[in-house]
Design a binder for this molecule. Structure first.
Ligand code: GDD
Ligand code: MG
Length: 364
């Protein structure tokens, strides 16, 4: 990681989204606070930002704003100073950045890091900042390559790395290179975003800057990168952290096949692997098989149940012989014996699924 020469680097963290694609997990908890590899998701981003030289972060909050302060307080546990700015109604990504910028202390020429609050990235943020300063850019966007760019901001560049267009969620992407959700803004550029208005940084600010001739730079690399905005991606992010595919100083235990939180009880006759997190006081009974999954605090996986690449919410119970694959089970829900929940199935919090209510069968 490149050492930054800017000890007082400030950042804005965008955490006001509703996390709709992650329901029911986000019904009670905002996406950035979901337990991921044993800690709130943002703990990974906060510790990485600290390592990259950030010392002060302004949270741009909206949905369930008060929960962020409860979780992270003044930030001293992370060696950071945290401030909280709240939009009464969501202002969009650009409006949120402008609103949060009121709490920045830096001058107009200083670089400001802006982060989407649902990204795991192994890229060298300090080097991105250094490149931004060296090229005197207006904005420098981290770019990564994905298989399906239509779900993201598609970002073509020229040979010098200059961004030539910003095409948010276009059905006809011109490149696989996309906006990875980590920007360096020159502070004065943030101040040109209209105050108190709903603005999309992706659909308005970036295209407007490019059109006006401002230098919008791409910082492309091939480091680990993931947007955890869907259940499949969320569970992948958690298991990749536990397995050490992305190093995180916030991981509350050694890298390995599983992470067991305090009070977890795992039978010696159970098989738990693939980067599974077993929540505090959760129980995995004999003969159960759990792989690549997130088991919430106080959840129970009974004997002979199989849980693969799934999220089991806090206090939920998976009965004997039930099978989960790519499933999300809400807080306190009960999956009765013999059920099979596959391929994106979601059970809402508190629901009890009677014995053998749902089976996906390939033999009919
Ligand atoms: N404060 C605030 N207010 N935050 C918001 C608002 C708002 O009105 N709307 C969204 N956010 C936050 C979300 O909480 C999230 O952290 C971030 O802004 C991005 O929103 P997502 O809803 O996750 O957007 P996306 O994943 O569809 O697309 C964005 O990220 C992609 C990379 O993962 C875009 O920036 C794409 O261009 C990009 O490729
Ligand atoms: Mg996202």
């Amino acid at each position: 990681m490149t050492e930054t020469s800017l000890p007082e680097l400030e950042a804005i963290l965008l955490v006001g989204g509703r996390g709709t694609r992650l329901r029911p997990l986000t019904l009670g908890t905002p996406k950035p606070l979901l337990p991921t590899a044993g800690v709130p998701f943002l703990a990974h981003q906060l510790t990485q930002a600290r390592q990259a030289g950030v010392r002060r972060i302004v949270f741009a909050t909206s949905y369930r704003a008060e929960m962020f302060r409860e979780a992270f307080g003044d930030g001293s546990a992370f060696g950071l100073t945290l401030e909280y700015m709240t939009e009464e109604t969501p202002l969009g990504t650009g409006g949120a950045i402008r609103n949060a910028a009121q709490a920045l202390t830096c001058g107009p020429d200083a670089p400001v890091l802006v982060l989407n609050g649902d990204i795991l990235s192994g890229h060298d943020t300090a080097d991105q900042v250094a490149r931004h300063i060296a090229r005197r850019a207006a904005v420098t966007l981290h770019l990564t390559e994905v298989e399906d760019p239509s779900r993201f901001g598609c970002v073509p560049t020229d040979d010098e790395g200059r961004v030539t267009a910003f095409l948010e969620k276009t059905p006809n992407p011109v490149t696989n290179r996309i906006n990875a959700g980590c920007y360096v803004f020159t502070r004065s550029v943030i101040d040109t975003i209209p105050q108190g208005e709903v603005v999309s940084v992706e659909r308005e600010t970036f295209p407007g800057l490019i059109e006006s001739g401002a230098l919008v730079l791409g910082y492309a690399d091939s480091a680990y990168w993931l947007d955890v905005g869907t259940p499949a991606a969320f569970v992948k992010g958690s298991r990749d952290l536990v397995l050490g595919r992305l190093a995180s100083p916030a991981l509350p235990g050694p890298v390995g096949e599983l992470l067991a939180l305090p009070g977890a009880v795992i039978s010696p006759e159970a098989k738990v692997d693939g980067g599974t997190t077993v929540g505090a006081r959760a129980v995995v009974e004999s003969g159960a098989q759990v792989s690549g999954s997130v088991l919430g605090d106080d959840s129970v996986v009974c004997s002979g149940a199989t849980v693969t690449d799934s999220v089991v919410g806090p206090g939920a119970r998976i009965a004997s012989g039930a099978v989960l694959r790519d499933a999300v089970i809400g807080d306190g829900a009960v999956v009765g014996p013999g059920n099979e929940l596959l391929a994106g199935s979601r059970l809402w919090p508190g629901v009890t699924l009677p014995e053998c209510a749902i089976r996906f069968s390939s033999d009919v």
